[in-house]
Each structure stands twice: as C-alpha cells, then as structure tokens.
Write a protein that binds this ligand. Sequence first.
Ligand SMILES: *Cc1c(COP(=O)(O)O)cnc(C)c1O
Length: 363
Amino acid sequence: MTSPNAPTPRPGILDIAPYVGGEAAGTVRLASNEGALGPSPRAVEAFRRMAGEIHRYPDGGSHALRTAIAARFGLDAERLVCGSGSDELISLLVRAYAGPGDEVLYSQHGFLMYPIAAKSVGATPVTAPESGLKTDVDAMLARVTPRTKLVFVANPNNPTGSYLSAEELARLHAGLPTGTLLVIDAAYAEYVSRNDYSSGQDLVERFENVVMTRTFSKIFALGSLRLGWAYAPPAVVDVLNRVRGPFNVSGAAQAAGVAALEDVEFLERSRAHNETWRTWLSDVLGELGLTVHPSIANFVLVDFSGQAAGKDDAEAARLFLKERGILVRQMQAYGLPRCLRVSIGTEAEMRAVADALKAFLTA
Ligand SMILES: *Cc1c(COP(=O)(O)O)cnc(C)c1O
C-alpha cells in the first residue's frame, strides 16, 4: 500500500494493524458485544425526534447528557467529558499524554485499541503477561518505567471476561508514579454484579491520575451512534476539552443517550437477561466439553484447545458457524488463536449457537 511518491506518515503509523471489527453480514450477530436486546425504545424515539434538527450544530458541551449521566451514576457533571464512543476518548488521552519515546502499558490480552492509539502517536505499546487470562497487577507494575505515560486496564477485560477486584485495582494504582495516568476502561461495568467490583469512579475522585471511560455501545446498545464518556479529575477534563473536536458528539447521540439513561427498567432487564443467558451458554458449552472462561461481561471466551484433532481448531469452528449465519469473533489478533469470543444474544441466538457448536463437535 505504501508508495514511494506519496507523503510519508509519521513513524509508527504504518506499524498499526488496522482494527478489524466483528463481521456484520449474518443473521445471528454475536461478534461485537452489542446489547442483546437492542436499544431502549425510548432512546430510539429520542433519536427519531432529532430528525428535524440535524441542520443544527449539537451542544458542544453535551450539557444535558452530562447532567443525566451524573444523576444516574452519582457523579460530578463537571468531571465528565463525552466522546464519539469511548474509543475517541482513549485516543485523545493517548494523544494528549504520550508521544515518541513514551510507553503505553496494558495487559497481554487487553483491548486492541490501546496499541493502535499508542502507535498512532509514535508511542511504544508495552504488554505485561497475564496469569490465567487475567491482568496480573505485579507483572504490570514490573513493566512500569519512567517512560510509562499511560496504563490501560479494561475492567472487565474484553476479550477474556475476567476482572480485577476493587482492591487489586487500588493496588495497581498505588504502585504507579503520580505522573502516570491510569485509564480504567469500564465499557462493560453495567453488566457486572459482583460486590468486590468497582468501576473505578472512587479512584477518579480520590486521585489526580485516574480516568474511567464508559460507553453507550454495550448494555445501552447504541453502538452506531458513537457515544462514550470519561470521568476524570479536573486537570484531565481540561486537557480533554482542549484536544477534542468542539462538536465531537452528535445531537442525536446526546438525545438518545439521555433517553437511554432514563429507561431504568430496560437496563435492569438487559442485565438480568445477560446473567441468565451467559450462565446458560457457559453451562451448555461446558457440557459439550468446551472450556468457557468465567466472564462477568456480555460475552464468553470459548477455548477449543484440548478437543480431539480437528475439533480443536477454533477457526474451523468459526467458519462452520458462519456457514450457518452465526457470526462470532476470531481471537488471533488477541493472541488467543484457539479461542472464539461469543457475545450474549437473545434466547433464540443462544440456542442457535449452542446447537451449531454441538453439531461442529459431533460432525
Ligand atoms: C467495545 C469496547 C470499547 C469501545 O466502545 P465505543 O463503542 O468506542 O464506546 C472500549 N473498550 C472496550 C474494552 C470495549 O470492549
């Protein structure tokens, strides 16, 4: 793709392996962790109501949305910054705090946006090994150097589904220099029902070097609208507001976000649905002899290693499912070539993927 006559991008850019999203051309779409029940009807209605307003620039400060987020989660609206998906906020944080010669640390099977964001500013991505497919706090701390500008932890992590307890997260933070920014990516926080879990908002309120990012793409199922938010100390809020585009969140996204937050019943139903069907799918696949890694989010990581020859091939399983219109996520890019990630969908979708995997293993 590179041409000798074309302008040359900055160092690092051509080292980026472009992010490949989950496939979308199928009838059962379980490759992108989109909320199983789709969006709240109230969010859809709010989006429709904005149709007559799309010639207007949106509120650049996302005031109504920040007020709604603050009220819903018990936060300070002044510490909120909204973004075009949390991916935008991740990229802006890396751009603002790291550059050539700096390091961006994350765990071995961490979210792929972290190295992409690091390389795009010429910084060096550094990974720490995991133990048992879980972030290892000591291994992370052992890789912190004076050049480590940002540390990313997805909690719960995508694609492993594992998490750090509030206590482990606090220990990770306590081991970092004050000049290193800890970014807690809590994209799946709303799904979690563990009392030793914290989304990290307490750390944001206590320290100047902790940011939490959240999204409307997962349990709120508004991925197409691109809507995320960061909860950050005042100095980081100030930085984000300087580097972001002045109208980075569309008016339709802001309106739908406010309406989605108001639909508390829908959120509870989505959470309960997820618990039920994640447990069901994990049990059924376990009975088929597959290893299903414990997950507290809206997906499970299914491991084919240990299966009979031919049946241990996760890619063959993925293609088998794809032929039947069922899309799940391949994991080669995450260093997990024998695994597939399966999002929790509707009851019919869960039964379909379980039946198809049974057919694959017994064919
Ligand atoms: C899906 C996901 C996000 C990004 O979501 P946006 O759609 O950009 O808000 C961020 N982090 C993790 C770990 C995710 O899985």
